[in-house]
Design a binder for this molecule. Sequence first.
Ligand SMILES: [Zn+2]
Length: 307
Amino acid sequence: MISRAGIPVVDAHSHYFGSHTLRSWVERGRTMESFTKRLNTRTDMKGFELPDENWDTAQRWVDELDRYGVEAMGVMVGDDAYAEFKEAQHRFPGRFIGFRNIDPAQPDAPAKVREAAHDGLKGIKLYPSSWRGMKVYDEAVYPVYDECLRNRMVVFLHFGITIGGQADLRNGNPIDIQVPSRDYPDLSFIVAHFGAGFFREVLLMQYQADNVYMDSSGSNSWMKYMPYDLDLKQIFRKAVQAGGSHKVLFGTDSTFFPRGWRLNVLEAQLTACRELEAEGVLKDEDIQRIFHDNVLELTGLKRGPTL
Ligand SMILES: [Zn+2]
């Protein structure tokens, strides 16, 4: 399948919110008004649709993927949407790659990882930037890593700034993953959004570890909060020069409707990479890896080139 941008594409990082999730937010007291305000000031969304009785999340996403010629979409799935997502996987085989949101503070966290593996999900997502009093290197998190290793699951991590209102950035530095990455050399750790502000730290990790990856997902608006100018082209250049093109996974961080699948994110990132190609920094096969192969290889959905 060739995307509208002219290359094969798999989105490594998006979100699967079922109707239950959106309703529970409203019920938890996060009013539409305050939430919409946060979205308006911090994202390119002008609002989002609340699901009605006929809402079919899976069908809507697959329609989006078909519209843009995107092969598959890696999605973060919370407990609220879990049952709905399992059904979606069966209805549309090959279109979704599931990563389960895991909170290691819950005693059943390792069991949830096991269950997710059994249900065909390919990894987990941790949100250390929002954790209270827990670090990714705490021993309490290790049983979760053990299960991931046993079940060949990848570990996505959201470090850095976050739209979530519960942030505690003391836990948001990607350097924190260095010791687990050393203790679990066969586990793949993927730092979302190039570290969401801790880009330098993610680059340093490329020297320190072979199993720390980064995803490019979202608008990367954290660039605005750096003390120096940075753009997508510079980010991709640095990321690839530090880690190699096999270390970067394209993602859009698509979440809500009516915005849907974020073609503009693909276009902007591909433009940056094409410019780097023209300068000899990237080759065509690097672009193929970043926008398509890497996520499939890391999740075991496609075999990598035999070296
Ligand atoms: Zn995300």
